[in-house]
Design a protein around this ligand. Structure first.
Ligand SMILES: Nc1ncnc2c1ncn2[C@@H]1O[C@H](COP(=O)(O)OP(=O)(O)O)[C@@H](O)[C@H]1O
Ligand SMILES: [Mg+2]
Length: 273
């Protein structure tokens, strides 16, 4: 096995997300979940609702996972008449969002329309009177017309409709006039539970104490980033060779600066076995 540092154009493969999440695979985040759900269900007395909410944090910290947990919460399920999950990634293509909304509302493929105006009419018809939740996962950039677009959607929908955005970039949240929820690193205990699940076939209680000790140190180097914890855990899955664990702990790639990358160097692992 070799470990190499590879700083690539793209830091990790593009991942198209869906709303699906397995609760049993997630650890911690109870407070964050509560806060985000409260915001989704909230409306203040003056009627000035806080309609756009943004989960903000570095890549791999768990924004999508948190949004999925909120999206699938039973109270959220009951509160909204229509839910749409849309994965944005690099390009925010508004007609694609519109198409997804129409498809979710009608439960059928979106017909082809002659012009954007027709699109809007159908969109409005499908949103009117509905309290909707739209998730825009992984928004990279926001332009003024995006905010206008979201405002328009919220105007079409019933009062209480919400848009939940996830983004690495806090300027996206402000450009969208969103209420930001900053996601912090995953606490140590939760990181360990996650690591244990991925690295040890039968839990860590019967594992070699030396390996457990190295594992704890590796965890510290993951600095609370679940994506890193999972990746390293999978790399060490059922590995009983202490030397291999030590190699990963001692690897100098942990010390690289993360400036401008939004993600920890641990994720630049290029692993060849
Ligand atoms: N609280 C958590 N418990 C377990 N795994 C998590 C948790 N948060 C994130 N993950 C895992 O870490 C990885 C990165 O999370 P993700 O939500 O995609 O991050 P982001 O959207 O911020 O880039 C995913 O594989 C996800 O399953
Ligand atoms: Mg994400």
């Amino acid at each position: 096995m070799g470990l190499q540092v590879g700083v690539k154009g793209k830091q990790y493969p593009e991942r198209l997300t869906t709303s699906y999440v397995r609760e049993s695979d997630t650890f911690g985040r109870d407070e964050d979940k509560k806060k985000v759900i409260d915001l989704l269900l909230s409306s203040d007395a003056s009627g000035n609702e806080m309609c756009v909410i943004a989960i903000v944090g570095m890549g791999g910290i768990g924004k999508t996972t948190l949004a999925q947990q909120a999206y699938n919460d039973s109270r959220v399920e009951q509160h909204f008449n229509l839910k749409i999950w849309f994965c944005v990634s690099e390009e925010f293509v508004m007609p694609m969002v519109e198409k997804s909304i129409i498809e979710a509302a009608t439960s059928s493929p979106c017909p082809k329309f002659e012009n954007p105006e027709q699109f809007r009419v159908i969109l409005k018809k499908n949103l009117t009177g509905k309290k909707f939740l739209l998730v825009l996962d992984d928004v990279w950039r926001a332009k003024p017309d995006h905010r206008e677009f979201l405002g328009q959607l919220l105007e079409y929908g019933a009062r209480g409709s919400k848009i939940l955005v996830t983004t690495r970039n806090k300027s996206v949240a402000s450009a969208m006039h969103a209420i930001p929820h900053h996601l912090e690193l995953l606490p140590k205990d939760d990181c360990w539970s996650l690591f244990e699940k991925h690295a040890f076939r039968n839990g860590s209680s019967n594992a070699d104490p030396k390996i457990k000790e190295i594992g704890t140190k590796i965890m510290e180097k993951c600095k609370g980033l679940p994506l890193a914890v999972k990746a390293i855990g999978d790399l060490l899955w059922s590995e009983s060779n202490v030397e291999r664990w030590t190699n990963i702990l001692k690897s100098n790639l942990w010390d690289l600066p993360m400036e401008g990358t939004y993600i920890l160097p641990a994720l630049r692992l290029d692993i060849s076995v």
